[in-house]
Design a binder for this molecule. Structure first.
Ligand code: SF4
Length: 450
């Protein structure tokens, strides 16, 4: 029997899908990438943006045809959209067999078994703490990656006014430190060299859902990072996404003291206007954000930043937009995910008129993207002539004669492989050329135009 899992949305969903694939594999299911071949089709959905929901709905609608003449096929919708719309999905998608919310994902294998014996539509939507420990499974079978993901928190208590996550992923819960470290240790034993720690607010790890950030000398997340950095075999640790104000002095110190913690921090800004930050229910000002960035820059020379930005939030004026642009320039982000605001039903900001015209949102988006491209190119060019340490990922998909890898600062580097090099090696290469997206080592004989 074959199972197909399609994932929409964020890295948390990717990680959940991997865990579910691991659980199904342990029950004898073969994981397939071919939907036409599958006896079980699972759609792990996202509700963060309307577009993601529409895309998933269209795809699942289309799956109806697979059941013609193959009635034994089981189709399920899981994750945020399942939690958001629940049993209503059966009206829109009558051919699906189950809806499984975010709090009971770990029950998927049992649910599928029960459906194979007794076919009736089922919706499981309650919240359970068991999902925390139940999802620590990995698909080790046939694994040949050096990258691993570990979810350390689930849910969020921050209720940013535009965000649906607290409603669909539930209240914030942290796994135990021991559990997380054991999982990372297991990954390391299976050849994982770089681990990504995941959570909606990853830096709130170990704070038991208290939304006030801890005092400056405290950071349970920092303590976890420090211990993870001691695990043999793990060479790099990344994390996403941390809410800015959880960057206490202790967390900054841990990052500074542990070079295995990558020198690229994703720090969601959302807006550089204090007025808009307040309307977003983001509990910091642009000044506070810059203070954290400057502390990190001082403690960790060479650190780079990426961020999330929303343009066109209700009431965002040209002045507010310029404030965002100014903060982005001051931080000097290497990368940014820029979103045009769209209201999500059920959130606080959806009650306010979405009054920035679409064309204006697009204009602001394009301005920030152009700034970003210019800045990335300048940052990358500044690295020409330097020697960079790269975690070798293997042949490039575009040109298998070249290998690619990443620096600790998350910059992609192309280089020519040499005899004896292995995937997962930390190697040093000298940078000869740069584009806004990539760096090119001096051992590439025919350097590309860029
Ligand atoms: S901190 Fe992130 S996940 Fe939580 S409500 Fe705000 S935007 Fe959503």
């Amino acid at each position: 029997m074959k199972a197909y899992i399609k994932t929409y949305g964020c890295q948390m969903n990717e990680r959940d899908s991997e865990a579910l694939a691991g659980m199904l594999s342990a029950r004898g299911w073969e994981i397939t990438q071919n939907e036409n071949d599958a006896d079980l089709l699972i759609f792990n959905t996202c509700s963060v943006r309307e577009q993601a929901e529409r895309k998933a709905l269209g795809k699942i609608m289309h799956m109806k045809k697979l059941k013609r003449g193959r009635e034994h096929i089981i189709i399920g919708v899981i994750g945020c959209m399942a939690q958001n719309h629940g049993e209503k999905l059966f009206q829109e998608l009558p051919h699906i067999d189950f809806v499984l919310g975010t709090g009971q994902l770990h029950e998927l294998p049992d649910l599928v078994e029960s459906l194979r014996e007794d076919r009736k539509q089922q919706a499981l939507l309650s919240n359970s703490e068991a999902v925390l420990t139940g999802m620590g499974v990995h698909l080790f079978d046939g694994m040949n990656s050096i990258f691993g993901q570990v979810a350390i928190t689930r849910g969020c208590n921050r209720f940013c006014s535009y965000c649906i996550v607290p409603y669909v992923r539930g209240r914030e819960m942290s796994r135990s430190e021991k559990d997380v470290l054991n999982e990372i240790g297991e990954l390391a034993k299976h050849g994982i060299r770089e681990v990504m720690l995941l959570g909606q607010n990853v830096a709130a790890f170990g704070l038991n859902g208290v939304i006030t950030p801890p005092p400056d000398n405290v950071s349970p997340f920092g303590e976890l990072l420090a211990k993870a950095a001691q695990i043999p075999g793990i060479e790099r640790i990344r994390f996403t996404s941390p809410y800015p104000t959880y960057f206490t002095d202790r967390l900054i110190q841990v990052i500074a003291d542990n070079p295995k913690i990558c020198r690229s921090i994703h720090l969601p800004l959302q807006s550089g206007s204090n007025r808009i930050l307040k309307a977003m229910n983001r509990h910091y000002t642009a000044e506070k954000y810059l203070e954290i960035v400057n502390k990190l820059k001082k403690a960790v020379p060479g650190i780079v930043f990426s961020t999330d930005i929303i343009v066109g939030f209700p009431g965002e004026t040209e002045e507010d937009f310029c404030a965002t642009r100014d903060v982005m320039n001051e931080v000097g982000f290497d990368n940014a995910f820029i979103f045009k605001y769209s209201p999500r039903p059920g959130t606080v900001s959806a009650k306010t008129a979405d009054n920035v015209p679409q064309e204006e949102k697009e204009r602001r988006n394009q301005i920030l993207l152009a700034d970003l491209a210019e800045r990335s190119l300048a940052h990358n060019r500044a690295l020409i002539g330097t020697v960079q340490q790269v975690l070798a990922e293997g042949p490039s998909s575009r040109n298998p004669a070249r290998w690619c890898g990443k620096t600790s600062t998350a910059k992609s580097v192309m280089f020519a492989p040499w005899e004896g090099i292995k995937i997962g090696d930390l190697v040093e290469v000298k940078i000869a050329r740069a584009s806004s997206m990539s760096l090119f080592a001096d051992n590439i004989p025919d350097l590309p135009e860029c």
